[in-house]
Ligand binder design. Structure first.
Ligand SMILES: *Cc1c(COP(=O)(O)O)cnc(C)c1O
Length: 482
């Protein structure tokens, strides 16, 4: 894709694959969309797929698989213990990351559970570039706290910084000094930093963090769930890595880490997860929890078919032409939105396109969840399901007060190799309409608020009649069109 130039003026991302299996989609009329989002309590997690046209909720477990992955699933070796499938997966991970020990888990958060149970205790501090929802939940559940040390550029919505996921090295030194080495459970670097817009860190930054860890005898843990996107950006943007292969860059990163864990729902385009571990002592401490929470050590809650698909998917991740498709589609969508003046995080990151709701609906106070309201409005406008990534996705403070998020984003994930360019253009069109009518959008209020991870299944209602007004405007502008 990157290597193909167009003769004409238009330069669009070109797919380096062809579609061989398709799934029919349904686009219900706007009145039904209003009904559906009301039934879902204005929470896009609670919509039913049958009501969704473009599912941009997540890139988790919904990436298109390759013919080679599907073929590999047929030779999976079904056995509780000692499966040849497991051996193939373990060797592939060992080949790619060069770490001697591996523990399988059913998905990324399961790795976080085990890591936190073993390494975090009451009073522990975990410095990281930025938190992920499930990561933070597991750390706090075990009595620890999270210190977010992303460099200031990471939180600037509009930027040309190539590595907004970088950690601020000086801040790390300060935090270690402040709490003392003994309190620090480990240092965590998240590749393709999810909640700030799928933004990468550089190999140089990882090396700098490693140096600080070495000075203090701290462990460096990488969350590699979104490593594929991060690798693509390093290859594109980091001068020192320009001539390295994706495999070489991966190894260079892995060599700097003590533990690499991942969600295989993203990395490797399958479903599952696991932890690659350098120290035998740590491996032994963590191992006991795998049979307890996940399954026996040679499957860890994954089906053997998924493990085969993952093994192939990991190998395919080492192919530049495979991992660049997602980021390039996202880059296209972000460019189109910027051209239309729609506020979006720049530069384009991996995993999806992130609409800046703080600006899009700047008339909605943070206490009325602007990003949640925009996600609900976008579903009404186009049957497009995005995800709130703002205050709603935070947990309340221990005293019950709201913790206002740094950013109010609607994430429109781009599942890898799933959508066509015309579908992406449709999403841009509906966003353009919504932006022209943004003053119609109002806030949301909780009607049912769970205590933990409330964004997954909490229910909300509009603060006024704004949703009916939005539907009326849609009918006025689009006639009887879907
Ligand atoms: C998705 C994700 C996780 C959690 O993985 P699951 O498989 O969904 O449990 C952890 N960290 C990051 C950065 C992620 O994107």
């Amino acid at each position: 894709m990157a290597k193909v130039k167009f003769f004409g003026e238009e330069s669009i991302p070109l797919e380096m694959h062809k579609v061989r299996i398709v799934q029919k989609l349904n686009l219900p009329p706007v009145e039904r969309r209003l009904e559906a989002i009301t039934e879902a309590g204005n929470n896009t997690f609670l919509l039913r797929n049958a009501d969704v046209f473009m599912d941009m909720l997540t890139d988790s477990g919904v990436n298109a698989m390759s013919d080679q992955q599907l073929a590999a699933m047929m030779i999976a070796d079904d056995s509780y213990a000692g499966s040849a499938t497991y051996t193939r997966l373990e060797s592939k991970l060992n080949e790619i990351f060069g770490m001697p020990f591996f523990l399988p888990a059913h998905q990324g958060r399961a790795c976080e559970n085990i890591l936190a149970q073993v390494l975090v205790s009451p009073g522990s501090v975990v410095p990281m570039n930025y938190h992920f929802t499930t990561t933070k939940a597991h750390i706090t559940l075990n009595g620890g706290t999270v210190e977010e040390l992303v460099a200031d550029a990471g939180l600037e919505v509009v930027s040309v910084h190539p590595f907004k996921g970088n950690m601020d090295v000086a801040k790390l030194r300060d935090v270690i000094g402040l709490h003392g080495v003994d309190k620090i459970a480990f240092v965590r670097m998240e590749a393709g930093t999810n909640l700030i817009g799928g933004q990468p860190f550089s190999v140089q930054n990882l090396a700098d963090i490693r140096r600080v860890c070495d000075e203090s005898g701290l462990m460096l843990v990488m969350d590699a769930s979104l490593l594929a996107d991060n690798l693509h950006f390093i290859k594109e943007r980091e001068e020192a890595c320009k001539d390295l292969s994706i495999r070489e860059i991966t190894r260079r990163m892995a060599d700097l880490c003590d533990v690499i864990y991942f969600s295989a729902r993203k990395l490797g385009c399958a479903r599952g997860g696991g932890m690659c571990i350098r120290s035998e002592e740590l491996y032994r401490r963590m191992r006991g929890l795998v049979p307890l929470y996940e399954g026996f050590l040679t499957y860890g809650g994954m089906s053997v078919r998924e493990m085969e698909a993952l093994t192939v998917g990991l190998e395919e991740t080492m192919d530049e032409e495979v991992i660049n498709q997602g980021p390039q589609f996202i880059g296209f969508m972000v460019d189109e939105l910027v051209k239309r003046g729609i506020p979006v995080i720049t530069p384009a990151g991996g995993l999806g396109c992130h609409i800046n709701a703080m600006q899009f609906v700047d008339h909605i106070p943070q206490a009325q969840y602007p990003a949640g309201a925009l996600a609900s409005a976008l579903y009404i406008a186009g049957g497009i399901r995005g995800m709130e990534r703002g205050t709603l996705s935070e947990q309340r403070e221990p005293d019950g007060s709201e913790l206002f998020a740094n950013m109010e984003l609607v994430r429109l994930a781009m599942p890898r190799r799933v959508f066509t360019l015309s579908q992406v253009k449709y999403a841009v069109d509906r966003l353009e309409w919504l932006y022209a009518n943004r003053r119609l959008i109002g806030g949301l209020v909780f009607t049912e608020e769970p205590e933990i991870l409330r964004f997954f299944y909490g229910r909300l209602a509009p603060v006024s009649d704004w949703q009916n007004e939005l539907v009326a405007q849609f009918r006025k502008d689009f006639g009887d069109s879907l």
